[in-house]
Design a protein around this ligand. Structure first.
Ligand code: IMP
Ligand code: MG
Length: 204
């Protein structure tokens, strides 16, 4: 795995190597390394750019998991656009979604008349994106599309059919590149499967 990770010269620095050493024993295997993620982002950004040329694009990023994804994706989209962020929580400190989605923001972004692209890190049960979509229903936007970096192959509690998907993955718990387990691992530059026994840990 270290081999794979070192392929990117940008992350092959002393702090990055320290980060890797301290967390890599928790990772069962790497699914997508940094070059693979960036290659896929080039393709997604090209598609989004073609689809939204000449339109009023407003991106709504669902924080915190989309931080890296949104920042890397939007810098590849050469269109005038607006960015708004939403903070949604459904996990409440475990590896199982509670199904109850809480928005931390007092105000929802004003998207009236605009073409909205919701960006989320991973589609799992569908609760989060369904809740965001419901909030947008009253906002009178011109169009709403959904973009996710990862989509788990599984049956969902809520039906969501994203317009843009980075990678489809099996139903496993993954971390890195913004994705967390109990707020950790977000700063790993790759996406990897967390060792199963760590998911059973008591919540501190
Ligand atoms: P959903 O509401 O069940 O679709 O889950 C969406 C949210 O749960 C995502 O935005 C993530 O924050 C979190 N999530 C779901 N699966 C994973 C995972 O495998 N790793 C890390 N976070 C996840
Ligand atoms: Mg999360």
């Amino acid at each position: 795995m270290e081999q794979e990770w070192k392929r990117s010269p940008r992350v092959d620095s002393a702090p990055a190597r320290g980060l890797l050493r301290s967390m890599q024993s928790d990772i069962e295997r790497v699914l997508f390394d940094e070059p693979a993620i960036h290659k896929r982002l080039d393709e997604m950004a090209a598609q989004i750019t073609a689809d939204y040329r000449g339109r009023e694009l407003t991106v709504i990023a669902v924080l915190s998991g989309t931080l890296m994804f949104t920042s890397d994706l939007l810098r590849r989209i050469p269109l005038p656009l607006k960015l708004d962020c939403l903070s949604a929580v459904s996990y409440h400190g475990s590896a199982q979604t509670s199904g109850q989605v809480i928005f931390k923001d007092a105000d929802f972004p004003d998207v009236a008349g605009g073409d909205v692209l919701i960006v989320d890190d991973i589609l799992d049960t569908g609760h989060t994106l369904a809740a965001v979509r419901e909030k947008l229903e009253t906002a009178k936007s011109r169009s709403v599309r959904v973009c996710v970096l990862l989509s788990k192959r599984k049956e969902r509690a809520r039906e969501i059919d994203p317009d843009y998907i980075g990678f489809e993955i099996e139903d496993e718990f993954v971390v890195g590149y913004g994705l967390d387990f109990m707020e950790r691992y977000r700063n790993l530059p790759y996406i990897g499967v967390l060792r199963k026994e760590l998911l059973q840990q008591p919540i501190r």
